[in-house]
Design a protein. Structure first.
Length: 298
């Protein structure tokens, strides 16, 4: 408890000293002030029903997926721009994934979008960046802004190869640190359907860690134990190959039988060890490597 109080006071002092966080919703750091999971599910499902789910065409049987998380974009966005430039320049990359905490505080969405808007888009790739909401994207009563820009946070996407092989990427909203009943049911139904479709790879992507490492993220450190047990059972029972998340700002790889869970490093400019992941998807099990960037802080 004492450590939590000290950490909270330290955070407030940092907010007071840092002009990028003067508009920080401190109350929201302890009790979410954004739309709850039911409204986010309603908004996401409504969009999914109207627009369907993305189908992305890869140019070959083996392709790359660039994965980043926790950019916490504000006035400083160097690492974010490096990531964007890297996946845009890679002809073997038909999509990129952001695992949440896109922004750092209120009114930072324009900082997030501006690099995307200024970089010429390869017409064959259509700038396919898929995202999921993190806790920082919700703390500051930002769901409506998130939904306006990114449309949905619970959905799936299919990547199709020239030979007709298909890989499935499922995105679930754990921005408040839990799944909720309706989203859990949707995930179960989606995975049950996926097991009838002969997908080559199935990956589940979200923000919050599958296992709690510490209490550094406060009340959103991980999902309730009941949900963790249910989710882990579901992932393994339905032959999910990869579970990708962020949130903890520190890389961790857990091999759980046929399931691999990966916490991807943070890409925040003020992170001492920023990195992103590049996954290679082909006929063999998914391979992955990490691209470590030069720290921008001492």
């Amino acid at each position: 408890m004492r450590k939590t109080i000290i950490a909270s006071l330290s955070a407030l002092m940092l907010c007071a000293c840092n002009p990028d966080t003067w508009n920080l919703d401190v109350v929201g750091m302890f009790s979410g002030s954004s739309a709850g999971i039911d409204q986010r599910i309603d908004d996401s499902f409504r969009y999914n029903a109207e627009r369907g789910f993305p189908v992305i065409n890869a140019s070959s049987e083996e392709y790359k997926v660039y994965v980043c998380t926790d950019t916490h974009v504000d006035r400083s966005r160097t690492n974010w721009e490096l990531f964007i430039n890297a996946y845009h320049a890679d002809a073997d990359c038909p999509l990129a994934i952001h695992l949440g905490d896109l922004i750092n505080a209120q009114n930072h969405w324009d900082y997030m979008r501006r690099p995307l808007d200024s970089i010429p888009v390869n017409p064959l790739k259509k700038d396919t960046l898929l995202v999921v909401a993190g806790n920082h994207d919700l703390y500051f009563n930002q769901w409506q802004e998130y939904a306006q820009r990114w449309k949905t946070s619970t959905y799936y996407a299919i990547v199709k190869t020239p030979a007709g092989k298909r890989d499935l990427y499922i995105f679930i909203d754990t921005g408040e640190g839990f799944l909720g009943k309706r989203q859990t049911e949707w995930l179960e139904q989606t995975l049950t359907w996926a097991n009838t479709q002969a997908f080559r790879h199935i990956c589940v992507c979200t923000h919050t860690n599958l296992f709690k490492r510490d209490s550094s993220q406060g009340h959103t450190s991980n999902m309730p134990l009941e949900e963790t047990y249910a989710l882990l059972h579901m992932l393994k029972a339905h032959h999910v190959e990869m579970f990708w998340c962020g949130h903890d700002h520190s890389r961790e790889i857990s091999n759980l039988g046929s399931l691999t869970s990966i916490i991807v490093d943070a890409l925040f400019d003020r992170e001492p060890h920023p990195a992103y992941m590049v996954a290679t998807c082909g006929d063999q099990p998914i391979q992955y490597r990490f691209v470590e960037l030069t720290p921008l802080v001492d």
